[in-house]
Design a protein around this ligand. Structure first.
Ligand code: ARG
Length: 571
C-alpha cells in the first residue's frame, strides 16, 4: 500500500497540474514531516521554490494550490504559513485506516527506483586469523543495511569479500611446518591454527627472516604450488567454517563468499585494460594511476615493481566483475573510515575505465569497550565467543531477576535474544560515523533507548493480547481503529511515518534513524498504556485499542528485524 506521504504528494500534484498543465519541475514538490504539531503533519516549501513557473508570489501560489485540491478523503486541510509554506493536515480517519491496513498489507516503495541489483560487501574479515570484536561493526551495520534495502524491494546480494589471499597464509604455512601439534590440530583445528599463528608472531620478533619466509610461501600459494595450495585450502576451510558458525549465531548470512582469491585470475585482465586505456602508466618499475590534481587523491599503485598486485588491484577486479555479472543499481562497501582513501581511488579509477555504477562507501568509527580501544597489536582483542557468552550470561541474570518463574529453557532463549540484541543495538542506535563506547550496563538497561526497552514494549503488547484471550475478551481483528485520544493519534502518526523513516535510513545508510523512530514509538505507546486502561475499554474502543496495540507490536517487530534483532513473546 502507498505511503501516506506519497498519497498526499499525489493529491498536491493533481492540484498543481490543474493550474499549470505542463508543469515539469516535480523534483521541487516534496514533503517533509512538520517540524512541530502546530504545523500539521507535513510541510512543503514548494510554492516558494516554484513560484516563477506560476508567475505569482509564493503565498498566492500556495493559495491557488489549496483552492485547486481535488476532492478527497485523505487530506483534512491545507493552510498557508509564513512566506508561502503549505501545511498539510492528514484526515484522522485516513490515518486510522492506514494503520489498520498496515496490519495486513505491505508498504509499497515503488516510487523509488529499486530496479537492478544492490551488491553489498560487508564483514569481509581476513581469515586464518580469529574473528574478534573488531569485526563486529561492519558485520552488524552491513547486515542491517541489507535488511533495510531488501524490505524496500531491492534485489540485494550480500557478498563477503573474505581476505583469503594475504600474508597471514604465508605465516601460517611457515608456522604449520615448524610448530604444529598434530594431536591438537586433529582435535581442535581452529584452536591450533590460532596458537601457531600467535607463535609465528612471537618467533618473528626474534627472527625477522621468518617474515620473508612467510612472503615467499605466500607467493608459492599464489603461483599455484600444489603443496602450499593444499595447505591454503585446508586453512580456508577451517577458518571459514568458524566464521560461518559465528554468522549463524548472529543470524547473519551471505549470498556469496567471493574472497580475494576468487579475483586472482582476473587481475592480469584488469591491468591490461588499464594499460590499454592509458589510465595506468609505468613509474619507477611499478604500474601506477595518477589523478588530476583537483581530485585530491594520492597516486594508486596497481602493480608493484616485483609484479605483485595490491589491495586496490583486487578491488578493481571486483568492480569489473560486478559490472559484468550484475545489473548493478548500487555497489556498497562497509568498512571503517580508515579505508576511505582506498575506496575513493578505486571508485574514481572504475569511473575512468567506464565501469559505471553508483558506488557507496559506508564508513563507521571505532567501537571501544568500557573506554578501552581494542587492538590486535596491543594484544587486547576480545574474542567473539567470549563476548557472546558474556552477553548471554548478563542477559540471563536480568531475565532471571525480572521473571524467575519462567521455564529454564525459555529463560535461556530470551537471554540469548536480549544479549545479542543489546550488542547489535548499541551499535545500530548510534550515528555510525561516531566512535562508540560499549558498556553492558547501558546496553542491557530496560530504560532509555536500548534494545531491551524496545523488546519489552513488544512483549508488553503480547501480554495484553494474551490476557485478553485468557479473560475471555474476544479480539476482533476486523474491527476498525478509532483515534479517540490525542496520544492514540500520535501513535498513529508515528506508525505511518515508520516506512518514511525506513526510506530515509536507506537513503543515508543510517539504521540509527530506525532505532530512534522505534524508541519514540515505544515511548508513545508506553504513555498510552499508562494513561488508558486498554482492556477496560468498552465495545468499539476496546477493539480499536487491541488493534492499535497489535499494530504497534508488529511495527516494533518489523523495525527490530531491520536491525537484525529478534523479539520474544514475553520477558
Ligand atoms: N578484508 C578487509 C579488512 O579486513 C576488508 C575488505 C572490505 N572489502 C573490500 N572489497 N575491500 O580490512
Amino acid at each position: 500500500m502507498k505511503l501516506v506521504i506519497v498519497r498526499v504528494t499525489e493529491l498536491l500534484k493533481e492540484a498543481v497540474e490543474k493550474i499549470v498543465p505542463d508543469f515539469k519541475e516535480w523534483d521541487k514538490l516534496f514533503l517533509q514531516p512538520a517540524s512541530s504539531e502546530k504545523f500539521g503533519h507535513y510541510q512543503t516549501n514548494f510554492a516558494m521554490m516554484a513560484s516563477k513557473s506560476f508567475g505569482k508570489a509564493p503565498r498566492a501560489v500556495a493559495e491557488s494550490i489549496i483552492a485547486a485540491l481535488p476532492d478527497n478523503d485523505e487530506i483534512e486541510k491545507l493552510e498557508v504559513a509564513g512566506p508561502g509554506f503549505i501545511n498539510v493536515y492528514v484526515n484522522s480517519r485516513f490515518l486510522a485506516r492506514s494503520v489498520k491496513d498496515s496490519l495486513t498489507e505491505k508498504w509499497d516503495f515503488s516510487h523509488i527506483n529499486t530496479a537492478g541489483d544492490v551488491v553489498i560487501d560487508y564483514s569481509s574479515p581476513n581469515i586464518a586469523k580469529p574473528m574478534h570484536a573488531g569485526h563486529l561493526r561492519t558485520t552488524i551495520i552491513g547486515d542491517s543495511v541489507k535488511r533495510i534495502m531488501k524490505y524496500m524491494g531491492y534485489n540485494v546480494i550480500a557478498d563477503n569479500h573474505l581476505g583469503d589471499w594475504g600474508t597471514q597464509f604465508g605465516k601460517l604455512i611457515v608456522a604449520y611446518r615448524n610448530w604444529l601439534d598434530k594431536d591438537n590440530f586433529e582435535a581442535n583445528p581452529i584452536n591450533e591454527l590460532e596458537r601457531i599463528y600467535i607463535k609465528f608472531g612471537e618467533e618473528a620478533e626474534i627472527l625477522p627472516e621468518l617474515e620473508d619466509m612467510a612472503r615467499s610461501e605466500l607467493k608459492k600459494v599464489q603461483d599455484g604450488d600444489p603443496g602450499n595450495m593444499a595447505l591454503w585450502k585446508q586453512f580456508v576451510e577451517i577458518t571459514l567454517n568458524e566464521c560461518k558458525r559465528i554468522y549463524k549465531y548472529l543470524d547473519i548470512d551471505f549470498d556469496t563468499y567471493y574472497g580475494e582469491s576468487f579475483y586472482h585470475d582476473m587481475m592480469p585482465g584488469v591491468i591490461r585494460e588499464l594499460e590499454e586505456k592509458k589510465i595506468a602508466v609505468e613509474s619507477e618499475g611499478a604500474l601506477v594511476v595518477f589523478f588530476d590534481e583537483s581530485e585530491n587523491l594520492h597516486p594508486c599503485i596497481i602493480r608493484k615493481k616485483d609484479g605483485a598486485y595490491l589491495y586496490s588491484t583486487s578491488d578493481l577486479a571486483t568492480v569489473k566483475f560486478k559490472a559484468e555479472k550484475y545489473n548493478v543499481n548500487k555497489a556498497i562497501y562497509v568498512t571503517d573510515d580508515r579505508q576511505e582513501a582506498h575506496f575513493k581511488q578505486v571508485f574514481r579509477i572504475a569511473q575512468m575505465v567506464g565501469w559505471n555504477m553508483e558506488f557507496v562507501h559506508i564508513t563507521f568509527g571505532i567501537m571501544s569497550f568500557n573506554g578501552i580501544i581494542l587492538s590486535t597489536r596491543a594484544g587486547n582483542t576480545i574474542k567473539l565467543d567470549e563476548l557472546f557468552a558474556e552477553a548471554e550470561k548478563r542477559a540471563y541474570a536480568v531475565v532471571n531477576e525480572k521473571n524467575p518463574d519462567l521455564p529454564e529453557d525459555e529463560k535461556q532463549q530470551i537471554a540469548k535474544c536480549i544479549g545479542i540484541g543489546a550488542l547489535k543495538y548499541s551499535d545500530l542506535s548510534q550515528n555510525r560515523s561516531s566512535n562508540i563506547d560499549f558498556s553492558w550496563e547501558k546496553a542491557l538497561s530496560f530504560e532509555g533507548n536500548t534494545a531491551p526497552y524496545l523488546q519489552y514494549s513488544y512483549a508488553r503488547v503480547k501480554s495484553i493480547l494474551r490476557k485478553a484471550s485468557e479473560t475471555g475478551v474476544f479480539y476482533d481483528k476486523t474491527a476498525k481503529i478509532i483515534l479517540e485520544t490525542e496520544i492514540e493519534k500520535q501513535i498513529a502518526v508515528s506508525m505511518i511515518r515508520f516506512p518514511e523513516c525506513v526510506e530515509k535510513a536507506a537513503e543515508f545508510y543510517k539504521p540509527n534513524l530506525i532505532a530512534d523512530h522505534l524508541f519514540d514509538l515505544a515511548q508513545k505507546f508506553s504513555s498510552f498504556y499508562n494513561s488508558t486502561p486498554i482492556l477496560k475499554s468498552e465495545a468499539e474502543l476496546l477493539q480499536s485499542r487491541l488493534n492499535l496495540a497489535d499494530a504497534v507490536a508488529r511495527t516494533m517487530k518489523t523495525g527490530l528485524d531491520l536491525l537484525g534483532i529478534e523479539v520474544v513473546e514475553r520477558m
